[in-house]
Design a protein around this ligand. Structure first.
Ligand SMILES: *Cc1c(COP(=O)(O)O)cnc(C)c1O
Length: 489
């Protein structure tokens, strides 16, 4: 289903640039051309048009991996013609996905015996993983309610208002009410106390986020586990926890191995992670891991006898490429624990460089935490003349894609800019970005304010801010004489 719109009525044909060397007629835009064109022309036309896309490396909006090693690129290209679902024909690919599931389950401290296999599956991303985990919770809850002779037609799920949109999708598609804990002015993640208050007998699970999409902050899963254990004891329910570790699942085990957020907590029954975020694979791979066989209802598993042997599967789709699974296996064995730790630590250091640079301008409040996903979320201290959306717009002129967005209720009056630090975002780029943000601020300062009434007040505040900035600059220059650490990228 294509939900795209036609750009304009008159844009009915595509004009070529260099392809005019091969073909002279323009191509219709929305209808299949009647005739073939030479392969060189097709390549040239598409290549020229794609030049207008943003540069993925400068796309600071996204967590998704934009660079892999050439050796891995080779493996990916060699596997593009393998359908993942043909497990009988490509048993090695199936074996590699099973190895990945087991490695990730161990990374998340799943209680599996030496000779036991982990329960989990590779998906297209965390969204599919979350649909599957949600379905398992819903079915388990329904089965239990039916066995008790109680109604099971009003399931709900408790999350923070900061959840990623895929939870709303799950709720709508699979008819589960989404009960959201509201945020506060100074607290942008789910409050475990409030979440547990919202739990009732129809709650299929509480979903905590390890690495809120909005500011990278880790939710307190341990506290949630403790409070929910207490509530379960009092009520006789056994409401479980799912951890949406889409971005944090490949951060916490390396940066904060002592943080208990995973299967070490008894109520955590399933965890999802995006292989294509800090799992360091190109877009198209995610994982969901269950604590044990008992947490994945047997009736959701399809035993397909496809072209040969029996294969248990639990996915929302059927055919898909094999490359992403192979690429994930490549990263796991190529980098190992040591390699992931180096890369993630380096991201964290670059996030700090950016954060310090932004603080030095004196113009921003930092709303991300030092402990969390390596990203920097920040908002303007003074938005009486210009706001974060204008900063974002102006940064585009320098090639940077930095999104600005408002927080969900009840913190919707807070607007933030967010820069995600990926492996390919080097220290040089971090310094360059600070420099360009300073230029943008100067440009905005020179423009007439959006809000005239505030001008005088603003001028006074600006004067104070400038003196603070000067003082900070001196301090930082003095401390710069000390050595720098070097990273891996
Ligand atoms: C990115 C993200 C998702 C969605 O993941 P995809 O892999 O893009 O499908 C879900 N939850 C959180 C917290 C995320 O950051």
């Amino acid at each position: 289903m294509a939900l795209s719109r036609i750009a304009s009525e008159t844009d009915v044909s595509i004009q070529h640039t260099f392809a005019s060397r091969y073909v002279r007629d323009s191509l219709p835009r929305f209808r299949m051309p009647a005739n073939s064109i030479p392969k060189e022309a097709a390549y040239q036309i598409i290549n020229d048009e794609l030049m207008l896309d943003g540069n993925p490396r400068l796309n600071l909006a996204s967590f998704v991996t934009t660079w892999m090693e050439p050796e891995c690129d080779k493996l990916i290209m060699a596997a593009v013609n393998k359908n993942y679902v043909d497990m009988d024909e490509y048993p090695v690919t199936t074996e590699l996905q099973n190895r990945c599931v087991n490695m990730i389950a161990h990374l998340f401290n799943a209680p599996i015996g030496e000779s036991e296999a982990a329960v989990g599956v590779g998906t297209v991303g965390s969204s599919e993983a979350i649909m599957l985990a949600g379905l398992a919770f819903k079915r388990k809850w329904q089965n239990k309610r039916k066995a008790e002779g109680k109604p099971c037609d009003k399931p709900n799920i408790v999350t923070g208002a900061n959840v990623q949109v895929c939870w709303e999708k799950f709720a709508r598609y699979f008819e589960v009410e989404l009960k959201e804990v509201k945020l506060r002015d100074d607290y942008f993640v789910m409050d475990p106390h409030k979440a547990v208050d919202m739990v009732d007998e129809n709650t299929i699970c509480v979903a905590a986020i390890l690495g809120s999409t909005l500011n990278g902050e880790f939710e307190d899963v341990k506290l949630l586990n403790d409070l929910l254990t207490q509530k379960n004891k009092e009520t006789g329910w056994d409401t479980p926890i799912h951890v949406d570790a889409a971005s944090g699942g490949f951060i916490a085990p390396f940066l904060y191995p002592d943080l208990t957020w995973d299967f070490r907590l008894p109520l955590v029954k399933s965890i999802n992670v995006s292989g294509h975020k800090y799992g360091l694979v190109y877009a198209g791979i995610g994982w969901v891991i269950w604590r044990s066989k008992e947490d994945l209802p047997e009736e959701l598993i399809f035993h397909i006898n496809y072209l040969g042997t029996d294969q248990p599967t639990f996915t929302l789709n059927f055919s898909k490429g094999s490359s992403q699974v192979i690429a994930q296996y490549y990263q796991l064995i190529r980098l190992g624990y040591e390699g992931y730790k180096n890369i993630i630590e380096n991201c964290q250091e670059n996030a700090l460089v950016l954060k310090n640079g932004l603080e030095k301008t004196g113009r921003f409040n930092i709303v991300s935490k030092d402990n969390g996903v390596p990203l920097v979320a920040f908002s303007l201290k003074d938005r009486s003349r210009h706001d974060e959306f204008e900063v974002s717009d102006f940064l585009r002129r320098y090639g940077w894609i930095v999104p600005a967005y408002t927080m969900p209720p009840d913190a919707q009056h807070v607007t933030v800019l967010r820069v995600v630090i990926r492996e390919d975002f080097s220290r040089t780029l971090a310094e360059r970005l600070v420099h360009d943000i300073e230029r943008v601020l100067h440009e905005l300062d020179a423009l007439p304010p959006k809000n005239n009434g505030e001008e005088a007040k603003h001028a006074r505040e600006m004067k104070i801010q400038r003196s603070v900035t000067e003082a900070l600059k001196k301090m930082v220059l003095a401390s710069k004489a000390k050595g720098k650490t070097t990273g891996v990228c």
